[in-house]
Design a protein around this ligand. Structure first.
Ligand SMILES: [Zn+2]
Length: 272
C-alpha cells in the first residue's frame, strides 16, 4: 500500500502582501482585504480544520505575526505548523541587495522564534520566486526545505544550485543541494483562481474545486507516495461558500484509503 500525503498550506499574508507585493500601502480598501483574512477568514478555516482534525502548515510573514500576534498565536496553539514566508512579503527579486534580502529573512526567523520558541525549518517565497541569492541565504540560515518551485508536481526533490540559463547556450542544471523542495503549482492555489485582480476575470469556482479533486484522484492512482500541496490564503478561501467547497474536498480526501493530512515538515522528515 503506497502512502499519500495531502498538505493543506495557508499563506497567512495578512496585510503584508498588499503593502509589499501589490504596492498599495495607502489603499484602505486593499488593506481591508488582508484584514478580512485575519479577522474572519482565518478563524473560519481553523474551525474547519478542527472539525476534521487536520494538521496544516501556515506560511506566515513576520509582518503578520508582529501585526496580529493574537491570531498568529491562535494558529500555533491550535496545533498548526508555522513556517517562513519572509518578514515583509517582499518578492525576492525586488530586494535592493543581498544584504536587504538576508536581513528581511533573518527578521522573519526572529518573529517565528518569538512566537513559537523554535526556528522555522522551511521557507515559502512570497510570490513563489527566488532571487539569485535566496538559496544561499536559506542554506546559511539552516533552512532544510522550501515550498516555492515547480520542477515536479507530486514528488519532492532536491533544489539545485549552480545552474545557468544563458540566452545563447544550453541550459545547465547545476547540482543537487540538500534543501528539499516540496513543489507547488499555480493550478493548486486559490489566489489566481479566486482573488479579484484588474488583470483577470472570475473563474467558475465549482470547476476549480473539481479540478483539485481530479488532480488529487490522478495522483493517488498514478504516483507512488504522492504529495498533494494545496496553497490557500485565509483572505481568499475563507469567504462564505468556498469553505463549504473546501469541506467537501477535505471529506473526499479523508474518505480515500492510504492518504493522510500532514504538515510539509512531516513530509520532508520522511524524504531522503
Ligand atoms: Zn504570500
Amino acid at each position: 500500500m503506497t502512502h499519500h500525503s495531502v498538505c493543506l498550506t495557508f499563506d497567512f499574508d495578512g496585510v503584508s502582501s498588499w503593502i509589499h507585493s501589490f504596492d498599495s500601502p495607502d489603499s484602505p480598501t486593499e488593506l481591508s482585504r488582508g484584514l478580512f483574512g485575519v479577522d474572519v477568514g482565518a478563524p473560519r478555516v481553523l474551525d474547519l480544520l478542527d472539525e476534521y482534525d487536520v494538521e496544516s502548515t501556515w506560511f506566515t510573514p513576520g509582518h503578520t505575526i508582529d501585526s496580529f500576534p493574537e491570531r498568529a498565536a491562535e494558529v500555533w496553539s491550535r496545533g498548526h505548523d508555522i513556517q517562513h514566508h519572509g518578514w515583509s512579503h517582499t518578492r525576492p527579486r525586488q530586494y535592493e541587495s543581498e544584504a536587504a534580502e538576508r536581513a528581511d529573512i533573518e527578521r522573519g526567523v526572529e518573529s517565528i522564534v518569538d512566537l513559537t520558541g523554535r526556528r522555522p525549518t522551511g521557507y515559502r517565497s512570497p510570490s513563489w520566486d527566488f532571487s539569485t541569492h535566496t538559496l544561499d541565504i536559506l542554506q546559511d540560515l539552516g533552512f532544510e526545505w522550501d515550498s516555492s518551485q515547480m520542477a515536479n508536481d507530486f514528488t519532492p526533490y532536491y533544489v539545485r544550485d549552480g545552474w545557468a540559463a544563458p540566452a545563447d547556450a544550453p541550459f545547465e542544471r547545476g547540482v543537487e543541494t540538500d534543501v528539499v523542495e516540496v513543489p507547488v503549482s499555480w493550478q493548486r492555489d486559490d489566489f489566481p483562481a479566486f482573488a479579484f485582480s484588474r488583470e483577470r476575470g472570475y473563474a467558475d469556482e465549482r470547476a476549480i474545486f473539481r479540478q483539485w479533486r481530479e488532480q488529487f484522484d490522478w495522483m493517488v492512482d498514478n504516483v507512488d507516495g504522492g504529495v498533494f500541496v494545496l496553497t490557500m490564503h485565509p483572505q481568499v478561501i475563507g469567504q462564505s461558500h468556498r469553505l463549504a467547497r473546501l469541506e467537501s474536498f477535505v471529506e473526499h480526501v479523508a474518505d480515500t484509503p492510504n492518504v493522510a493530512f500532514e504538515t510539509v515538515e512531516t513530509v520532508v522528515d520522511r524524504f531522503d
